[in-house]
Design a protein around this ligand. Structure first.
Ligand SMILES: [Zn+2]
Length: 137
C-alpha cells in the first residue's frame, strides 16, 4: 500500500521536513520509505517524525492510515497556508507496545508563528505503530 503518489526528485533529495536545519538526513533516507509504504515506521518516534513530515508535505492519506482506527477521523483538513517549521521531540518512552511522545511542532500561518506542544499516545497494533490521540500541553 502506498500513500504517496509522485515525489519530485527535488523533495526526495532535500532535508526531510522532520529534521532540523543543518541536519543532512534527506527525505528519501528518512520518512519517504514510510510515506511510500516501502516500510513501516519501526518505532513510535519514527512514526511521530513521519506524521510531522506528512503534515509538512500535505499527505493526508498517510496521516489517516497511521491513525488508529478507534480514533481516526473520517477526513483531515489542513489549515490553508500553514507552513511547518520545526519538530522537536522532547521526551519519549520506548520499548513497550504503548508509547507516549512529547513534542513541540512549530508552524507559521501568514506572519504568525504557532507552537503546538503535545503529548501523543501511540500503540502498536498488528506489528504497526499508530497514533491514537494526544493532550495539548
Ligand atoms: Zn523524516
Amino acid at each position: 500500500m502506498t500513500w504517496l503518489a509522485d515525489v519530485p526528485q527535488m523533495i526526495a533529495s532535500s532535508r526531510c521536513p522532520c529534521r532540523k536545519r543543518g541536519e543532512t538526513v534527506i527525505y528519501a533516507n528518512c520518512c519517504m520509505p514510510f510515506h511510500s509504504g516501502v516500510s513501516a515506521a519501526p518505532t513510535a518516534v519514527a512514526l511521530m517524525r513521519s506524521r510531522y513530515a506528512a503534515f509538512a508535505l500535505g499527505n493526508a492519506a498517510y496521516l489517516l492510515a497511521t491513525w488508529h482506527p478507534t480514533t481516526r477521523p473520517h477526513q483531515l483538513a489542513f489549515t490553508p497556508g500553514q507552513q511547518w517549521l520545526l519538530l522537536r521531540i522532547l521526551n519519549a518512552n520506548s520499548e513497550v507496545a504503548a508509547v507516549t511522545v512529547e513534542f513541540t511542532a512549530r508552524s507559521r500561518i501568514g506572519s504568525t508563528i504557532h507552537t503546538l506542544h503535545e503529548i501523543s499516545n501511540f500503540v502498536q497494533d498488528g506489528g504497526r505503530w499508530f497514533y491514537v490521540d494526544g493532550q495539548i500541553m
